[in-house]
Design a protein around this ligand. Sequence first.
Ligand code: GLC
Length: 557
Amino acid sequence: MRITDTSDVWWKSAVVYCLDIETYYDKDGDGIGDLAGLAERIDYLAELGVSCLWLMPFYPSPDRDDGYDITDFYGVDPRLGNHGQLVEVIRTAHDRGINVIADLVINHTSDRHPWFKAARRSVDNPFRDYYVWRDTTPPDTSKQVVFPDKEDSIWELDDKTGQWYLHHFYKHQPDLNLANPAVVEEILRTVGFWLELGFDGFRVDGIPFLEQTLKNVGDPEALVDPHDVMREIRGFLNRRAGHAMMLGEVNLPHEQQLDFFGGGAGDELQMQFDFIAMQATYLSLAREDPAPLVKALQERPATHPTCQWATFLRNHDELTLDKLSDEERQEVFAAFGPEPEMQLFGRGLKRRVPTMMGGDPRRIRLAYSLLFSLPGTPTLYYGEEIGMGEDLAAEGRMAVRTPMQWTSGANGGFSAAPPRKLVQRVVPDGYGPAHVNVADQRRDPDSLWNFVRTLIGSYRMCPELGWGRFSVVDQPHAAVLAHRCDLDDVATVVVHNLGSDPVVVDLPVDGSDEAHDLVDLFSLEEVVPVDGRVEVSLDGYGFRWFRLRPEGGMHLP
Ligand code: GLC
């Protein structure tokens, strides 16, 4: 690897931070977070060490799916601010070395989008073919809906025209017809618009459904391969902006994800979330056994060198466990969300990490240490850095979308509005702002915030975690995961104890000869191996990170 690669292919060693503007910081005091507020928090993100900011949808929207139901792909929702304020956010972020990506929703629009309003006027309306229609009564598709609590079919009868339109998500989100070249052109124009405004790429929403949607396009002549569509968008993206990146939400088995990376050519998505490894992480944490996680990582297919897996523990949706077997899912439910009100759609949990870990700081830190030391690009969801909890009383996925907790003051310092005017109530009780907030944790050197900041710093100092070759290090303890990431002449060697009993691990650190130094990445002290091994004592749920580097101080730390 050349050092220039870490800036050209910046996403391979980035730290991604996702937030929703409306719940981040309310500057004008109307109870809704806004762009002007976010602009004032960019230095906070820089201080934390974030290098890529992912903004959840900020487009005009009736807000029936938290902004994923869009009525204007070129707009900014006036509740959040305007294009000028968005440019200031992007400009400020760039100045602090942070790339900014936008959520790009290409599978559907809101049913109030002017295209759909036109499309449903008549079967021969010019926009009719922007969506997917059928004439005949649909079969039972209740197993294909994404939100089984609200929908029972992916087809909805449009009374006026007597045809059914396709919607994989809510019925108010009609699926776009990507087999129509005019729709793809609209998407390209949208991509071009936001790149011109300064964005560095996109998080692309709901990719598996593009394929299913295309299968439902009635006309067999119009059958389009979703990979052709992705390649076209990618080609356009990088013609317009060489450095721009697309991070796809593709919750599919690894082999199908490899296809969405563009296989050996690497010409589709540069990044994808690793849903398989995320789910395996929870199973491993529940069992106190690294085996499921190791299996998931070892089965990850090799990608094109410019492609990358995004690792994560939480996002704004339910913590989906859909790729586990029924028994495995029940194990995770039993460990981390046993009550029905903690579960969602029969497949996931509406909780955040600290509550799932029973508030045990050792286990919370263990989870984050794993996140930052596994091979890939770590992605944080706002509030994770301070250990925010959820509001189980909030409807469905809204439980984890509560306002950011800045201070112990009123509304957690999120807004000066009266509480009843807030976009959503602040987490009540034990995880509320009185106990969990940025201001207190920034001042406390032992806080979770400072710990996460250290992890971010360590990750960024060790590009081998993003770029290197992953391997499991042999050691005899069943509850211990020892792994390393090697790149050129450096390696990070990390050891985690997933169990509650203390252990002493006799850790081989191959390569630790006279030509190499070994450094403890948290204490920054040198460690001297004996016969190529180090004895590592770990408390229950303890962990250590080491770095093997050539002697002579060419490499920090
Ligand atoms: C994605 C988003 C989710 C949204 C859905 C429909 O899965 O992550 O929040 O509801 O797409 O756009």
